[in-house]
Design a protein around this ligand. Structure first.
Ligand code: G3H
Ligand code: 13P
Ligand code: NA
Ligand code: ZN
Length: 328
């Protein structure tokens, strides 16, 4: 059944687990996520980005998610809009039947330039008013995502990759977070704690203090009733990078967020963990390998089935690692 983000994360907070939020663009991702949730008895958050809407179109994404709810009626599903850049975009998603929307007012409507605090409060508060009137949850964001190793912002929907941030900008301030939640009424808050979007988070194997866990702890202590969200949480599996490069890929050395550090975050209030890149890597590796090993094969279902299997394994691993398995 379709439920709101607030309902799902309240349960996660009560029982101390985190829920991976997977980006969805196509049928194969959708099936992989649902099959893994079914196999591990986990609740599901699927989210559609602006890029996904451009690729598949909002009606297709909506029906893809509704089809999943129909085929797996026993699994709770949150249909979430990822990184909305304006109240108008969020309003469209609410009208389409999304049960949760993100208003990312940490960036201006161009999706690139860091926005000031007052702008963020203004747009986010407007979305909360609309959404709550319809029983829809809202995620806001405060702070700029950026790698504490490199200072790079990463790819926020493919833009801003060249923006270099100061150490201060890259960590959400606990006092400001408390003010922001009070002023907007958001259900969940994406915080900056050292992660960044995309495959290129860290250029060296990450140390066990690569995320600002103390900062997460301090924010959670200040706003215990607001569910924290960690964007840019792909772990960038080294085994899939090796497969990709073994079969003709050219991805340079790169590292993601260690699972153990996400687990630390979950101890201190992180309830929604955004993952896109890991599914992209698994899918690409599986398809490259299949194509190389079966050069005469041309039925797309054959290689797409490999993609589904590979993504399903990642989803299962995350459901288990975040304590989500058995909570569906
Ligand atoms: O927020 C970033 C997600 O990975 C979505 O990326 O806009 O390329 O679909 P996308
Ligand atoms: P990754 O690029 O680390 O998978 O993060 C995805 C994300 O935060 C989507 O909003
Ligand atoms: Na941001
Ligand atoms: Zn994100």
């Amino acid at each position: 059944a379709l439920i709101s983000l607030r309902q799902m994360l309240d349960h996660a907070a009560e029982f101390g687990y985190g829920v991976p939020a997977f980006n969805v663009n196509n049928l194969e991702q959708m099936r992989a996520i649902m099959l893994a949730a079914d196999a591990t008895d986990s609740p599901v958050i699927v989210q559609a980005s602006a890029g996904a809407r451009k690729y598949a179109g909002a009606p297709f994404l909506r029906h893809l998610i509704l089809a999943a709810v129909e085929e797996f009626p026993h699994i709770p599903v949150v249909m979430h809009q990822d990184h909305g850049t304006s109240p108008a975009i969020c309003q469209q998603s609410i009208q389409l039947g999304f049960s949760s929307v993100m208003m990312d007012g940490s960036l201006r409507a161009d999706g690139k330039t860091p926005a000031d605090y007052d702008y963020n409060v203004d747009v986010t508060r407007r979305v909360v008013e609309m959404a709550h009137a319809c029983g829809v949850s809202v995620e806001g964001e405060l702070g700029c995502l950026g790698s504490l190793e490199t200072g790079a912002a990463g790819e926020e929907d493919g833009v801003g990759a060249d923006c270099v941030l100061s150490h201060d900008q890259m960590l959400t301030d606990p006092e400001e977070a408390a003010q922001f939640v009070k002023a907007t009424g958001v259900d969940a808050l994406a915080i900056a704690c050292g992660t960044s979007h995309g495959a290129y988070k860290f250029s060296r194997p990450p140390t066990d203090d690569i995320l600002a866990i103390d900062r997460i702890k301090a924010i959670h202590a200040r706003i215990p009733d607001t569910h924290l969200v960690m964007h840019g949480s792909s772990s960038v599996p080294q085994d899939w990078l090796a497969v990709i490069n073994q079969y003709g890929g050219e991805i340079p050395e790169t590292y993601g967020v260690p699972i153990e550090q996400i687990q630390q975050g979950i101890k201190f209030g992180v309830r929604k963990i955004n993952i896109d890149t890991d599914l992209r890597l698994a899918s690409t590796g599986a398809i490259r390998r299949f194509m190389a090993q079966h050069p005469a094969e041309f039925d797309p279902r054959k290689y797409l089935q490999e993609s589904v299997k590979a993504m399903m394994e990642i989803c299962k691993d995350r459901y288990q690692a975040f304590g989500c398995a058995g909570q569906g």
